[in-house]
Structures are given as structure tokens and as C-alpha cells.
Ligand binder design. Structure first.
Ligand SMILES: [Zn+2]
Length: 170
């Protein structure tokens, strides 16, 4: 508790800080408290909407699309625009709180698990799932282009349902 209050001191004093302090006091024993703590940890100002979105993302390890976050938020009587959701998820990804996985330009997932891991993507179901640790070892990586450093290797292993694959062969 003390640590959080100290961090809050760095936020400019004003209405926002008052709201934050009140929120902290009233929610310190609820999941909302840990979402605030998490956002502060990643240097993200915990507005109410960001906290709500973080609560959805971190309810369990999952891969969600912006549309799924939006429909979940709206089903909980929250009113958020699609632009707010995209901006918030983009901010969370830039700050390293979540990982953005671009399956194709029209399909972007947000992963609450930021550890290094690869994914299966089922083109029939549109589902993204984790490949278990240690099953996809990447070796013989090429030399990096001059003036670059490695950030991460992302592998998306595209699969389809066996039934549909058989249909396609006929
Ligand atoms: Zn994942």
C-alpha cells in the first residue's frame, strides 16, 4: 500500500490524483486494486477505463481481439468506443504490458502472457493458442541486418481442422 502511494506522488497533483487515491482506498482488496498496481508498474496512468480493460485482459491467460474486449466491456454496462479500445490496447502493447500478435492485417490478438512463446493459429476456427514451452526450438537464425538488434522471434504455426483439410484434397 505504501509503495503504491509513493508512486502516486509522482503523478501531477490534480483531480486525477484525487480520483486515483479514492479508487485505491475503496478497491484495495478487490481485483481492481491489482490492475491499478499493474498499470503503475508499467508506467501507465490508471484511468478508470484502462483499469476496466486491464481487468478483462488479466482475468485469465488469454488471447483476445479488440472486438472481444469491446463486447465484454459493453456487456458490463461500460460505454467505450472502438477507438478507445484500440488506443488502450496499443498503449498497453507499447509499454510491454501485453503482447500484440498480428496474424494478418485484419486479425490482431492481444496476449496477456508476454513471455517468449509461439502460437498455433487455426484458420478454420480463428483461434490462437499457445505452443507449449520447449516444443518449438528456433535454431540457425540468420545473421542480423547491419545496424539492427534482435527483439523477438514470433512463430505462428497455421493449422486447419483435419476434417476440412481432407475436404480440400477432394
Ligand atoms: Zn500466447
Amino acid at each position: 500500500m505504501t509503495e503504491i502511494k509513493c508512486r502516486l506522488d509522482f503523478i501531477q497533483i490534480g483531480a486525477l490524483q484525487c480520483i486515483l487515491m479514492e479508487t485505491l482506498e475503496s478497491t484495495k482488496d478487490t481485483p481492481k486494486y491489482s490492475a491499478i498496481e499493474l498499470l503503475l508498474e508499467y508506467d501507465i496512468t490508471p484511468t478508470q477505463q484502462r483499469v476496466e480493460i486491464a481487468n478483462i485482459l488479466f482475468a485469465r491467460p488469454q488471447h483476445v481481439s479488440a472486438e472481444q474486449v469491446l463486447s465484454q466491456l459493453n456487456s458490463e454496462q461500460q460505454k467505450a468506443s472502438k477507438a478507445t479500445i484500440y488506443n488502450t490496447l496499443g498503449l498497453f502493447a507499447r509499454k510491454g504490458l501485453i503482447r500484440e500478435i498480428i496474424v494478418d492485417p485484419t486479425k490482431v490478438f492481444y496476449d496477456s502472457n508476454t513471455s517468449d512463446h509461439h502460437h498455433y493459429y487455426n484458420v478454420d476456427t480463428g483461434m490462437l493458442s499457445d505452443i507449449e514451452d520447449g516444443y518449438m526450438l528456433v535454431s540457425n537464425l540468420p545473421a542480423l541486418p547491419e545496424g539492427t538488434v534482435a527483439e523477438r522471434v514470433d512463430i505462428i504455426y497455421r493449422v486447419r481442422n483435419a476434417d476440412n483439410a481432407a475436404d480440400n484434397i477432394q
